[in-house]
Design a protein around this ligand. Structure first.
Ligand SMILES: Nc1nc2c(ncn2[C@@H]2O[C@H](COP(=O)(O)OP(=O)(O)OP(=O)(O)O)[C@@H](O)[C@H]2O)c(=O)[nH]1
Ligand SMILES: [Mg+2]
Length: 271
């Protein structure tokens, strides 16, 4: 629980059999997570057995892809605050507290992995990936005149339930560039968003996407096309993406309001 709100963590898994148990245990150890959902996306044999040794609930998503798995997790999560991470050893469970702290004021909190001080030895964030992510993030920031962005590929993020429900009907991407689609949609919807630096550490096992420069470059290009496409469509058809006016209420105020008793429901209010 965080500020009286329940917390879910969604972990898509494909090739993380050797790291998933330790990752789940890190989230359990935070003491603030109420539900851990593992979305098994035709994962490596043995993954389910590892998950069964933890408190996490496993669901199977046959539709292949990073986006398909995360979108399924979003549909299944029951928390008021929903976090997404990867169980490949690259993200630290304790960073959820950072994201949750910002979720008190922001509807969506995105992690960023490009802060030099938080890129650990062995992490897959060399010059090419770091500046590639940074450049595409700046393109998004400039095109949409939004808050400072420094990464477009960070899975670690936190979204409030009401914001997620407004985003869900617009999701279209099943593949690896689902992350920036969610970012663009939250911007177009006028949501309060922010990016928070998170630790990025060495992956356990082989990376299947950004480990190869060519695959990563192709993914970067697809992200750019997606961002430009959304900018164009939102100019041509602004009503389609209309968002709520700023600002929204902060979580602590909302929690206070919930706790306030409705005077009409008090027994002594009846005369
Ligand atoms: N490659 C891949 N990953 C999937 C799929 N479905 C879910 N995922 C999850 O997507 C996440 C990203 O996959 P990784 O192999 O870690 O990719 P990566 O090269 O580390 O890429 P980044 O983490 O974005 O830097 C992991 O948590 C996977 O479990 C899928 O069909 N293919
Ligand atoms: Mg990864």
């Amino acid at each position: 629980m965080w500020c009286g709100r329940s917390v879910s963590v969604v972990l898509p898994t494909y090739a993380e059999r050797d790291s998933i148990r330790a990752s789940i245990e890190e989230f359990e150890a935070t003491g603030v997570v109420d539900e851990i959902l593992v979305v098994n996306n035709n994962a490596a044999p043995g993954t389910s057995e590892e998950v069964a040794l933890t408190s996490a609930r496993e669901i199977h998503e046959p539709r292949q892809g990073y986006g398909a798995a995360i979108r399924r997790g979003f549909r299944e999560a029951s928390g008021d605050l929903i976090l997404v991470s990867e169980p490949d050893g690259t993200f630290r469970g304790r960073d959820v507290r950072k994201l949750l702290a910002y979720a008190e004021d922001f509807e969506v909190v995105y992690g960023t992995r490009t802060m030099k001080e938080l890129i650990w030895q062995g992490a897959n964030m060399g010059l090419f990936l770091k500046w590639g992510n940074y450049a595409v993030a700046k393109l998004m920031e400039g095109l949409f005149n939004t808050t400072a962005l420094t990464d477009v590929g960070c899975t670690l993020r936190c979204v409030r339930r009401d914001a997620l429900e407004r985003l869900q009907p617009h999701f279209t991407v099943d593949g690896s560039f689902f992350g920036p689609e969610m970012m663009v949609l939250s911007i177009l919807k006028g949501m309060k968003i922010i990016q928070v630096p998170v630790n990025y550490t060495e992956r356990v096992g082989a990376s299947s996407v950004t480990g190869n420069k060519w695959v990563a470059a192709r993914l970067g290009l697809r992200m750019i096309v997606l961002i430009l496409g959304y900018r164009l469509r939102s100019w041509l058809d602004p009503a389609r993406f209309e968002g709520a006016p700023l600002p929204t209420v902060d979580l602590l105020t909302e929690a206070d309001e919930d706790e306030k008793e409705d005077p009409a429901s008090r027994p002594d209010s009846r005369s």
